[in-house]
Design a protein around this ligand. Structure first.
Ligand code: URP
Ligand code: ZN
Ligand code: ZN
Length: 479
């Protein structure tokens, strides 16, 4: 046994299934040994009995994604991955987005150019399929899936991205054929258009009306429809960014009936409500900072989302980091200082705060246990997208993507302390009692004692394996 590059001593490790104490020996970026009393490494870190967990895998974030409305994302692959690392995430999966009329291959190549050698942690791509032409369905998509782009998102809303029902079914059929995973943004676009028109005609343009234009029933109906299509085609799907009770009930019904329907939720549905979208007379449009879709709901729905995390309705907890500055010419008010709610780009930042928020208010508050935390934020995500066990685990041969956690802290989230390029965080002032002390990406320290010490270009592109055999179990699922 050769010398270790690094030994983490006295680690209290947790995976999705177990808790154990060990020293972790790391060689060539991978975990090479797990045992007590390992020989000295060239470097040593004493975890001193603190939790050491697999690095977070953020299965839903948007980085440097081109926009069509004059806005621009504030985070590219450098600032986005830097921010992720400082919050304990070691793998991100952003989206190579196809514009209508564009080939999927072109979208993927463009996205690789954007990533360049900027990433500080590893990354894989989902695809966004917005134009499922016969060539996309019959040639491009199957080819790309086999090349390691094994998951894609489809939209039931947004004029520039949405698919109609027939297109959705066609895309699901390709996913079934190839074994790919489809992520569905479930909101009924015509209901939203009808409500938006009425609100604007009545002069109701402030950010808070975003929530009125996208009520829960809009999400519930689309979730039900997506589930029906998945049942028709007999293919698993993941309903992403689920906001509250009515959509959860649909997912639970499907799971109880043996359908392979997975659920993802995000911090905004635990920590924000529609009240954060501001008041009717929000003169400076500050409520725009919390505009995302589906919108945050109310306290009662927050509780139902917590219950869903606890009971296992959700398999995945992602950030849906979609970073727009509030100020500036390409920010939330790119359409002007009086932009109506429907002109404000959708999305909020959250890569860095995702894990500390869930650790503090989930694990340390006794709502979920440490194994559920690891499953929701890392292991299930890695399994779902074909990165497990390289990512999402603490085991011999796995990448040494590890986080040593400080707990028992008394601090509050402040945007000034974060490492993204966004000029606000929607979570400003929320207390947290846990934060990563050290983040390691393939054995390299990228965050330590409050300092970012990573390096652009360290992050590598990951080809995903087809994940079918290793998908997280849904209780009652057919397979
Ligand atoms: O409002 C959101 N969620 N923005 C990001 C894009 C998406 O739909 O996930
Ligand atoms: Zn979405
Ligand atoms: Zn998103």
């Amino acid at each position: 046994m050769g010398e270790f590059d690094l030994v983490i001593r006295n680690a209290r490790c947790a995976t999705a299934a177990e808790v154990f104490e060990a020293d972790i020996g790391i060689r060539d970026g991978r975990i090479a040994a797990l045992a007590k009393g390992l020989p000295a490494g060239r470097e040593e870190i004493d975890a001193a009995g603190r939790w050491v967990l697999p690095g977070g895998v953020d299965g839903h974030c948007h980085l440097d994604q081109p926009m069509s409305d004059g806005s621009a994302m504030a985070d590219d692959f450098l600032s986005g991955t830097r921010s992720a690392a400082c919050g304990g995430t070691t793998t991100v999966l952003p989206f190579a987005c196809q514009f209508k009329g564009q080939s999927l291959r072109d979208a993927v190549e463009d996205y690789h150019r954007r990533a360049g050698d900027k990433a500080t942690i590893d990354y894989a791509f989902h695809l966004i399929v917005s134009d499922p032409t016969p060539d996309v369905l019959e040639r491009e998509l199957p080819e790309l899936i086999r090349e390691g782009y094994t998951s894609f998102k489809i939209y039931m809303t947004y004029d520039d991205l949405k698919l109609d029902d027939r297109q959705i079914i066609d895309v699901l059929a390709v996913a079934r054929e190839e074994g790919a995973m489809v992520m569905v943004h479930a909101e009924n676009t015509d209901c939203i258009a009808w409500l938006t028109e009425r609100l604007l005609k009545a002069g109701k343009t402030a950010p808070r009306y975003h929530a009125d234009a996208r009520p829960m029933l809009v999400e519930r109906e689309a979730t039900h429809r997506a589930i029906s299509f998945a049942e028709l085609v007999d293919v698993p799907i993941l309903i992403v960014h689920v906001s509250g009770r009515e959509a959860i009930e649909q997912i639970q019904w499907a799971q109880n009936n043996g359908l392979r329907i997975y659920g993802e939720t995000c911090p905004q549905y635990l920590f924000l409500t529609a009240d954060d979208l501001g008041l009717e007379d929000d003169e400076h449009r500050h409520g725009a900072k919390c505009i995302c879709s589906p919108p945050p709901r109310d306290k009662a729905n927050q509780q139902v989302v917590w219950d869903g995390l606890e009971s296992g309705v959700f398999q995945v907890f992602s950030s849906d980091h979609a970073p727009f500055k509030f100020g500036g010419p390409t920010g939330k008010l790119a359409a002007g200082p009086d932009a109506s709610f429907d002109q404000i780009p959708n999305g909020i930042p959250g890569l860095e705060t995702r894990l500390p928020l869930l650790f503090s208010h989930g694990v340390l508050a006794g709502r979920i246990d440490i194994n559920q935390f690891v499953a929701l934020t890392s292991t299930n995500v890695a399994k779902m997208y074909g990165l497990y066990p390289r990512k999402g685990s603490i085991g011999i041969g796995a990448d040494a993507d590890l986080v040593i956690w400080d707990t028992g802290l008394h601090r509050h989230i402040r945007n000034d302390d974060l490492h993204h390029e966004v000029d606000y965080t929607p979570y400003e002032g929320i207390p947290v009692s846990a934060w990563p002390a050290v983040t390691l990406s393939r054995g390299r320290v990228v965050w330590r004692d409050g300092r970012y010490v990573g390096e652009a270009g360290h992050g590598q592109f990951l080809r995903c394996e087809l994940p079918t055999p290793a998908r997280p179990k849904v209780r009652g699922a057919r397979s």
